[in-house]
Design a protein around this ligand. Structure first.
Ligand SMILES: *[C@@H]1O[C@H](CO)[C@@H](O)[C@H](O)[C@H]1NC(C)=O
Ligand SMILES: *[C@@H]1O[C@H](CO)[C@@H](O)[C@H](O)[C@H]1NC(C)=O
Ligand SMILES: CC(=O)N[C@H]1CO[C@H](CO)[C@@H](O)[C@@H]1O
Length: 417
């Protein structure tokens, strides 16, 4: 069985390759651009005139000319194909080689292309069904094979954390499976909106693969910059967030809502911890989707138990929303992408894409590890031409008594023509 190439270009590209590799790709791209242009120059400027001049006493020879041009074009096409192939090999995402040994049979089943029974679909132009799986999965074949080893129609192994590990390694989206996921009885769920701020039995969450096995343990930890004790939604600081400011960097939800032109009805929260932002918004009749993985805690299940909408998605994935849909996007430290400027740019452009004109981008206590970083972020934001409705750079002391710089801002997306 030969290699099965994967669908690429669906926005799942990761940016984890070594910079050496990306500069090689850049060089290739440059080379490709130059050769293409040279060929074009050759084909359309210099050569034809010469040929035409040579044969212009007989118009029938024009077919000879067009023959030559066709040859040249064929030459261009084949060299572009070669370059494309080289580039793919460098990036390492050409295909998952299903012929190699120890590949799970279910992975082969899932990835095999299925020709459409009636040939080409006239509406979409596609001729076969392809399965969508992250191209970086090819780098985690052992884990992926483990993930795809299960009994068809049986119970899936209790391995959600294995799936998440793959996602964190860039294997996103994961392949689909044909086994039944583990179910946990969801007993004692409260009706909405009471569910927003009420405890439920912690037995309804999946604790496998997690260091903590209960909420008390989670609450004693700083799980990330936006979640220190964030699972205590009855007594904790979580109950004050967005309605009572601790520092001038904390904007209040009602203040921000009053800035939205045309009304704020739907929003997207990135890195939203246990979902309290969406909960406060729900109380104001605003529907917010909260994007989070389950790193170190059952964030998704917790958010869902509150009657809110969790979106299990890494930040490296293109947002699964159409352009210009959200009235508001709220981002806290999710934007922290490890100092790769181009990565932050891709993220910002994708954020910008999903916000509607006149919609708001709320940067909430974004931690700037250095002055350079703050300047870079400021320059990037200014490039988008947002109106700064609020802009505040503040300092806070961290646990170790060291001062840290935070940026909070409410920005309004302009109408671009
Ligand atoms: C709710 O759960 C938290 C743990 O997350 C606990 O500390 C708190 O006492 C519980 N509150 C009530 C009213 O049961
Ligand atoms: C939310 O919607 C309900 C039902 O339409 C309404 O009764 C309530 O006043 C609204 N709340 C706010 C804060 O707008
Ligand atoms: C150089 C060349 O091939 N010239 C040809 C142009 O076309 C005439 C008629 O078709 C031929 O007789 C020539 O040989």
């Amino acid at each position: 069985m030969g290699a099965v190439s994967l669908k690429i270009g669906d926005g799942t590209a990761r940016f984890k390759r070594a910079s050496l590799c990306s500069s090689a790709v850049n060089l290739l791209m440059l080379f490709s651009v130059i050769t293409t242009n040279l060929f074009a120059l050759y084909a359309f400027t210099y050569h034809p005139t010469k040929i035409l001049h040579h044969y212009n006493h007989n118009p029938k020879n024009i077919s000879l000319v067009s023959e030559k041009v066709t040859l040249i074009l064929g030459e261009i096409e084949s060299s572009q194909k070669k370059l494309f192939q080289m580039e793919k090999e460098l990036l390492g995402y050409e295909s998952i080689d299903l012929s190699r040994p120890n590949i799970a049979n279910e992975l082969k089943q899932f990835l095999n292309h299925h020709p459409l029974p009636l040939g080409k679909d006239s509406r979409t132009g596609i001729t076969e069904m392809v399965a969508s799986v992250g191209h970086s999965c090819v780098k985690s074949m052992d884990l992926l094979t483990q993930f795809m080893t299960y009994k068809v129609n049986g119970l899936c192994p209790d391995d959600w954390s294995l799936g998440q590990k793959l996602i964190l390694q860039g294997c996103e989206p994961l392949p689909r499976r044909r086994c039944f996921g583990k179910t946990i009885p969801k007993i004692g769920l409260h009706p909405f909106p009471n569910s927003l701020w009420k405890n439920v039995s912690e037995k309804i969450y999946s604790w496998s693969g997690l260091g903590c096995k209960n909420l008390a343990c989670l609450n004693s930890k700083k799980l990330n910059r936006d979640c220190a004790g964030c699972f205590d939604i009855v007594h904790g600081y979580e109950t004050l967030k967005y309605v009572k400011a601790r520092s001038k960097n904390d904007f209040l939800i009602d203040d921000v809502l009053s800035m939205g032109s045309g009304g704020i009805r739907i929003g997207f929260d990135i890195g939203g911890g246990s979902g309290s932002f969406a909960a406060r918004m729900a109380e104001r009749n605003v529907t917010v989707v909260t994007a989070t993985l389950n790193v170190d805690a059952p964030f998704n299940e917790f958010i869902a138990a509150r009657g809110l909408f969790p979106l299990y998605l890494s930040l490296d994935h293109r947002f699964p929303f159409h352009d210009n849909v959200f009235d508001l996007v709220h981002v806290s430290n999710g934007l922290d992408v490890g100092g790769r400027p181009e990565k932050l740019e891709f993220l910002m452009f994708d954020l910008d894409r999903v916000i509607r004109a006149g919609g708001l981008l709320w940067l909430d206590n974004f931690y700037c590890s250095s002055d350079d970083k703050k300047r870079a972020l400021t320059r990037l934001i200014e490039r988008f031409g947002y109106k700064k409705l609020k802009w505040l750079v503040g300092e806070k002391l961290n646990g170790a008594g060291k001062s840290e710089v935070y940026l909070s801002a409410v920005l309004q997306k302009p109408v671009r023509v």
